[in-house]
Design a binder for this molecule. Structure first.
Ligand SMILES: *Cc1c(COP(=O)(O)O)cnc(C)c1O
Length: 379
């Protein structure tokens, strides 16, 4: 089956008693046994929930994986992933990861004696050089947030296999519609479902997907033991949202390309970052591993003052953290999403005070272009 069909049907079938087409929200914490020792396979809501199972099956299918596990947030999903490692293990991580992931690894997990090397994973020579005897995982985010740098997933996976190292990819920015890391050799995919998967800025959620049975068992055990599981209603909302994922992603992509055409020509934009630009330094890898470019654009307008004027002048774009929703958002990474990243590290990554990140929604593109053009006049 093709993507748009799987998005609507995977994991879902008419409900047995009534034939309800929409998977019900099983809002229950526990399940009654008909006789002592005779459950219907469902025992307790933290471990098992039919609405969650439907979503987990659906996500696994979309990522071309065998197993899927849902969590109460993207951070909870990434926490579950990192919890499969042990004291003394070493992890290589993209240096430009989501700020919250850097904070989790650098300020919490590090204290449990797991070592991290935050490096530019686009640089394959550097990846090879950073590998140690105790390296167990390479965690990459591609495209990165907010600089939209690209790591060659297939190339990293080949290096990893040779060294008996696992590869995990944060696929939040692309969604499985545009990129399926497991097909490129990665072992694990993680998502903040809060973003494109749910896509309507109304749920916090996360997931881990893999085809590796051993990893699957570990994640499942962590999911029920730590208990950061999503509520049935939230699972249902994400399941419902995914039905339109293919069409939303097409629209995000189309709008972002149209907006880039305008931004490219404006001299007030000092730098423009978007995977769909032929001038992107990794355009060849982009064409190889992505089926589209997504809806995230970053621009550098030169100074904090200009960034402030631009953000405040926008009317349709709302100033907010997060991304991937149908509504367009604008964010100032240095003071918002990446405020917890030390300044010297931010500078190194290119997250200057003039950097503005746009999450292009699926409103009418003419309206979005007018909004941006008007705001730029204020600079
Ligand atoms: C938002 C985000 C996360 C964290 O997910 P939450 O749902 O906010 O916990 C992780 N990775 C990326 C790339 C993100 O954008």
């Amino acid at each position: 089956m093709k993507f748009a069909t799987k998005a609507i049907h995977s994991g879902q079938h008419p409900e047995e008693i009534t034939g309800a087409v929409s998977t019900p929200i099983f809002q229950t914490s526990t399940y009654s046994n008909e006789k002592l020792g005779e459950s219907k396979g469902f025992d307790y809501g933290r471990t098992t929930n039919p609405t969650r199972f439907a979503l987990e099956r659906n996500l696994a299918d979309l990522e071309n994986g065998k197993f899927g596990y849902c969590f109460s947030s993207g951070m909870a999903a990434i926490h579950a992933l990192i919890t499969i490692f042990k004291p003394g293990d070493h992890v290589i991580c993209s240096d430009n990861v989501y700020g919250g992931v850097f904070r989790l690894f650098d300020q919490i997990i590090k204290d449990y004696n797991i070592e991290f090397s935050f490096i530019n994973t686009s640089d394959l020579k550097l990846v090879k050089k950073t590998i140690r005897k105790n390296t167990k995982l390479i965690h990459i985010e591609t495209p990165t947030n907010p600089m939209l740098g690209i790591t060659d997933i297939e190339a990293v996976s080949i290096i990893a296999i040779k060294n008996n190292i696992l590869v995990s990819v944060d696929n939040t920015f692309m969604s499985p519609y545009f990129q399926t890391p497991l097909d490129l050799g990665a072992d694990i995919v993680v998502h903040s479902s809060t973003k494109y998967l749910n896509g309507h800025c109304d749920v916090i959620g996360g997931c881990v997907i893999t085809s590796n049975e051993d990893i699957s068992d570990k994640i499942k055990f962590i999911q029920k033991s730590i208990g950061a599981v999503p509520a049935p209603l939230d699972c249902w909302l994400i399941l419902r949202s995914i039905k339109t994922l293919a069409y939303r992603m097409k629209a995000h992509n189309e709008n972002a390309i149209a907006i880039c055409r305008v931004l490219e020509k404006d001299r007030r934009i000092k730098k423009l970052f978007y995977p769909g630009l032929k001038s992107h330094p990794q355009y060849k890898i982009i064409k190889k591993q992505m089926r589209g470019f997504g809806g995230m654009i970053s621009i550098d307008v030169g100074s904090y003052k200009s960034a402030e004027q631009f953000c405040n002048a926008l009317r349709i774009f709302q100033i907010a953290e997060s991304l991937g929703g149908v509504e367009s958002l604008v964010c100032h990474p240095a003071t918002m999403t990446h405020a917890s990243v030390p300044k010297e590290f931010r500078d190194k990554l290119g997250i200057t005070d003039g950097l503005v990140r746009l999450s292009i929604g699926i409103e009418d593109k003419e309206d979005l272009i007018t909004d941006i053009k008007e705001a730029l006049k204020k600079l």
